[in-house]
Design a protein around this ligand. Structure first.
Ligand code: SF4
Length: 321
């Protein structure tokens, strides 16, 4: 079966102060129907820019997006006129952002905002859309959904607001949901509930998901396939069980070593030294070399290609050349 989404050689650049900043550099991936792709990496690795470029939400005045292919359900997204892209966005592909307050309008009730999304994409009357909003709030596990539909975002807790945003994203039963750090702003117990909710809704709606996160724990709970990004490039790409049982890239290994576990809490947590490089000042050679425990002399000058040392397992590291 053809993948639901196929991305080939996606590049995103921003021009700032006469300088070109390459935020995403030639990434490729695909997502099967009803599967979840986890995109992981630290902040500033290009994960969110990738998601925004798929949704065509980056203003062309500041961002240049190119791709050999952005094929979604047999539609080439990059060739769609904006009027048709609006019919895809929020309808067939929906997005949940990290901070629900930026996705919700403080001036309208939650019910109104969900109904708005339904009216925009479906040919239904306002009253019907409002009734559907209450149903959706019920589906995302909100007790007293009719009461919450009449509330404004500031009257809800962070976890409730994120549920409202999820209800809004699912209003039109999208084929693909892109969730960008959907639980980062929430406390741990609420995080677990939101993850369970997304998993349940994915089954029910038979949708595919892109889960963008810096948290490998969330990826291990949700993803079928994983893309590890660093400095705008794919560092490793594999099925989730392969990546967790047999990580190849030193960056992936370092990320895994920094996940707290009961055993590790008793010892010291591993921290990756240094910081994600500024896209204005990318290191020469391998972009990870200043932080890599396994770097060799040639890593300073030679940019690694994406190698395939094992079937369906890609890694950008000279150790696998
Ligand atoms: Fe480390 Fe060199 Fe591999 Fe880069 S290419 S990840 S610096 S070993």
């Amino acid at each position: 079966m053809a993948p639901l989404l196929s991305v080939e050689n996606l590049n995103v650049s921003f021009v700032q102060n006469h300088q070109t900043l390459r935020a995403v550099r030639g990434i490729s991936f695909s997502i099967e129907t009803q599967k979840t792709l986890g995109i992981v990496g630290e902040s500033g690795c290009g994960k969110s820019v990738t998601a925004l470029s798929l949704m065509r939400l980056l203003p062309p005045s500041i961002a240049a997006v190119t791709a050999q292919r952005l094929l979604f359900d047999e539609i080439e997204l990059s060739a769609l006129p904006e009027s048709e892209m609006r019919r895809v966005r929020g309808n067939r592909i929906a997005m949940v952002f990290q901070d629900p307050m930026t996705a919700l309008n403080p001036l309208f009730t939650c019910g109104d905002q969900i109904a708005e999304a339904i009216v925009l994409h479906r040919n239904v009357r306002r009253a019907e859309a409002m009734a559907r909003s209450v149903e959706l709030l019920d589906n995302v596990g909100i007790a007293a959904p009719a009461v919450v539909a009449a509330r404004y975002p500031h009257q809800l807790s962070g976890g409730m607001r994120q549920r409202v945003v999820i209800a809004m994203a699912l209003a039109c039963r999208p084929m693909l949901l892109i969730a960008d750090e959907p639980t980062t702003a929430l406390d741990v117990t609420v995080q677990a509930k939101i993850i369970d909710l997304l998993l349940g809704l994915q089954q029910e709606l038979r949708m595919s998901m892109i889960m963008i996160t810096h948290d490998l724990g969330i990826v291990s709970a949700m993803a079928h396939d994983v893309l590890v990004m660093y400095a705008g490039e794919v560092m490793e790409n594999a099925a989730a069980n392969t990546l967790f049982s047999n990580p190849l890239h030193p960056y992936t290994k370092s990320l895994l070593a920094s996940i707290p576990t009961i055993e590790r809490k008793q010892a010291r947590l591993t921290v990756i030294p240094g910081e994600v490089p500024n896209p204005h000042e990318l290191p020469s050679g391998c972009p990870f070399h200043p932080r890599c425990y396994a770097r060799m002399e040639r890593c300073r000058t030679q940019h690694p290609a994406l190698y395939t040392p094992q079937t369906s397992h890609q890694v950008r590291c000279l150790l696998y050349e």
